[in-house]
Design a protein around this ligand. Structure first.
Ligand SMILES: CC(C)(COP(=O)(O)OP(=O)(O)OC[C@H]1O[C@@H](n2cnc3c(N)ncnc32)[C@H](O)[C@@H]1OP(=O)(O)O)[C@@H](O)C(=O)NCCC(=O)NCCS
Length: 186
């Protein structure tokens, strides 16, 4: 096994590579996926290449740590997960996740990867609070986030314009004790 950065029960998290670019564009442009992402415009491989180069150089951009999710069993790349906008003084960060391979959703992969990512954020990076913003229509994201220990802190009313209408966004947060309690239930 090579290039493993974090290891869970079902998934491993590894660094992003340039060869992941076609996967990102396929996943992010998919209408069923992008409806829940901040992404509004088509994603091109050129733009993706710039982003991968940016997040791939942590010495220049230490505030975004992004990793690919692979299945542990057969090392298939199925998604991506990141800690974004890390605030090293106030020790909080925003998480984002995509299981891009739609047929592999609902199998616990995001939960497994997120639990390992949270452990890394709290116990290695010293983060105090992990935040997530979720479109309230996104039941899967709300469900897995709560399972990982996130708690809804509030609702941002009519925060997004989506498919001709206004959508609320839930702001969720996970502290170390929430994660620790959740990890005992996995
Ligand atoms: C959100 C997402 C990352 C979850 O990944 P996943 O691997 O399917 O997640 P898991 O299998 O670990 O958990 C999914 C949970 O959602 C639940 N779920 C799935 N669809 C649901 C639905 N329509 N209504 C309610 N719950 C639902 C599952 O039952 C499971 O909860 P449980 O473990 O308590 O049973 C994935 O659906 C995804 O990539 N979606 C598109 C991108 C996205 O929305 N990203 C998040 C942006 S905030």
């Amino acid at each position: 096994m090579t290039n493993v950065f974090l290891s869970g029960k079902k998934t491993i998290l590894r660094p992003v590579s340039m060869s992941d670019i076609p996967l990102f564009t396929r996943w992010i442009n998919d209408p069923e996926t992008r409806v829940y992402l901040a992404r509004t415009f088509p994603m091109t491989e050129m733009e993706e290449e710039d982003w991968v180069k940016k997040i791939g150089n942590l010495s220049k951009n230490p505030n975004d740590i992004v990793m690919m999710i692979e299945t542990k069993r057969n090392r298939r790349t199925i998604g991506v997960m990141g800690l974004h906008g890390i605030d090293w003084v106030n020790r909080h960060t925003l998480t984002g996740t995509i299981i891009g391979e739609k047929n592999l959703r609902g199998k616990g992969y995001a939960t497994d990867a997120k639990m390992v990512m949270l452990q890394y954020a709290f116990e290695t990076l010293g983060m105090h609070k992990i935040i997530s913003h979720v479109d309230v229509r996104n039941k899967a994201s709300l469900a897995y986030s709560k399972r990982c220990g996130y708690v809804v802190e509030g609702i941002l009313k009519e925060q997004l314009f989506r498919e001709g209408g206004w959508v609320d966004v839930a702001t969720l947060a996970c502290f170390y004790d929430n994660w620790k309690k959740a990890s005992k239930k996995q």
